[in-house]
Ligand binder design. Structure first.
Ligand code: ZN
Length: 444
């Protein structure tokens, strides 16, 4: 009986509307409209995304949360949640996540939740059209009816937990996320805004942005700019993009744990090593972690060849805090990656927590040598190796690597644990000089 009613209901609303004709969305000044997109994916399961209303009949590109798939094996009736997404609204930024659950008779129901000031979640908001039948065409996006996101108190600006990247503070902030989303160090105030250091090491004036009063962790997605792609996998995966995707996922993991973080770059643009390193120092970070994927491939191995480069205080001695962070990262990352079956890994004989020195005894890599705060550089694996490159292209890899990295960071910040020790014999190596080329990106 009940299931008959449900069937009927599904038949009617099945229709997460196939065409996004939406009219009369006029609302109060600070109202903000979103809709949930959903589609069936080929391996069974449902993918969800969010779109924001841009006026007329325009909706934004789909925002894809890192965690956005609901498996067909999920328990019927139990809500599951996407990773949170930050969206800009006229009333400031809001955090939103998509709820989804399987309903009887081969369907998925979707809803929306907003994060409260205390990091809890408001009740689910149910769009009128919110059911996706599992018999619709695979790969084609359907949309919920529009929903209004109410301006909750703008939590990230009003909280002073010292844990979010954008805390409150007194006086001139140390950094700024510019209106175009570029993190920069603030050098001072001007009559019209802020004097900032650009990604290419110049100064510029920016009228406004999100002030950053400090960050616990700075994540550095290695490479950037069309002139510095980093390694390129045999599958076409570009290290510059992979490092950024992983860095963003790590940032989400850290935010979930109330650990504040800032990225040194937030797009494909380039930035000088000196500027990246100085950002960590200027923000007073507890550590900076440079994120990379290696090439060329080491020897074939049954275990991951993750390499973590740490800082030196002298030719013979590693820096203790950098070495402890490096050891924890190495332990967590290799343990997590080892869980992927059937990967033909590459590995150098001395892989582990390493120091790489120039012939004169200084740390060879700029992102290790330059920061004053504890710094490490992680090469997760070999992008040049076809088996690893195929893995690195998957969401599963990003999720697992991000969680492992955040686990290590959390242990570094909150415990005295140390991981694997530093390989006693440093490598001596003079890396190719980092590109000195840099092209400025639009700041606002
Ligand atoms: Zn690299």
């Amino acid at each position: 009986m009940r299931s008959n009613r449900l069937l009927a209901a599904l038949a009617i609303v099945l229709a997460l509307a196939a065409v996004g004709a939406v009219c009369s969305l006029a609302g109060a000044q600070n109202e903000f409209q979103v809709r949930i997109s959903a589609r069936r994916v080929s391996d069974g399961g449902t993918e969800v995304a969010l779109q924001t209303y841009e006026g007329g009949d325009h909706w934004s590109d789909r925002l894809l949360p890192t965690e956005r798939f609901l498996s067909d094996d999920a328990e019927i009736g139990r809500w599951q949640y996407s990773s949170p997404m930050e969206v800009q609204t006229p009333a400031g930024e809001q955090w939103i996540r998509i709820a989804a659950r399987r309903v009887a008779v081969r369907g998925t129901e979707v809803a929306l939740q907003q994060m409260r000031e205390d990091f809890g979640w408001e009740d689910r908001i149910l769009p009128t059209q919110r059911f996706l039948s599992h018999s619709v065409e695979i790969g084609r996006w359907r949309f919920s009816s529009p929903l209004t996101v109410l301006p909750l108190p703008s939590f990230s600006l009003s909280l002073d937990t010292g844990k979010l990247p954008v805390g409150t503070g007194e006086g001139t902030p140390r950094g700024l996320i510019t209106p175009s989303g570029v993190p920069v160090a603030v050098l001072g105030r001007t009559d019209n805004g802020y004097l900032v250091r650009t990604p290419c090491g110049n100064t510029a004036e920016v009228s406004h942005g999100q002030p950053v009063y400090g960050a616990q962790i700075v994540l550095d997605p290695g490479h950037g700019g069309w002139y510095d792609s980093g390694a390129v996998g045999p599958n076409g995966l570009v290290e510059r993009e992979l490092n950024l995707t992983l860095s963003r996922a790590i940032q989400e993991e850290l935010t979930d744990r109330y650990i504040s973080s800032v990225l040194t770059r937030t797009g494909p643009y380039g930035s000088l090593l000196s500027v990246r390193a100085a950002l960590a120092d200027d923000l007073g970070a507890d550590a900076i972690i440079s994120i990379h994927h290696n090439a060329p491939t080491g020897r074939r191995s049954s275990t991951p060849g993750t390499e973590v480069y740490v800082q030196s205080v002298s030719r013979s001695e590693p820096r203790a805090d950098s070495a402890r962070l490096g050891g924890l990262l190495h332990d967590e990352i290799t343990a997590a990656l080892s869980g992927f079956p059937n990967i033909r890994w590459g590995r150098h004989a001395d892989a582990g927590v390493l120091r790489v020195l120039l012939p004169d005894g200084q740390d060879a890599y700029g992102m290790v040598r330059r920061p004053n705060v504890p710094a490490v550089l992680v090469e997760y694996g070999f992008l040049s190796n076809p088996s690893e490159a195929a893995l690195f292209a998957t969401d599963g890899y990003i999720r697992v690597a991000a969680k492992a990295t955040a686990d290590a960071i959390e242990a570094y910040l909150n415990t005295d644990r140390s991981g694997m020790g530093v390989v006693s014999r440093p490598r001596v190596f003079d890396p190719a000089r980092a590109p000195s080329r840099c092209e400025e990106v639009v700041l606002e």
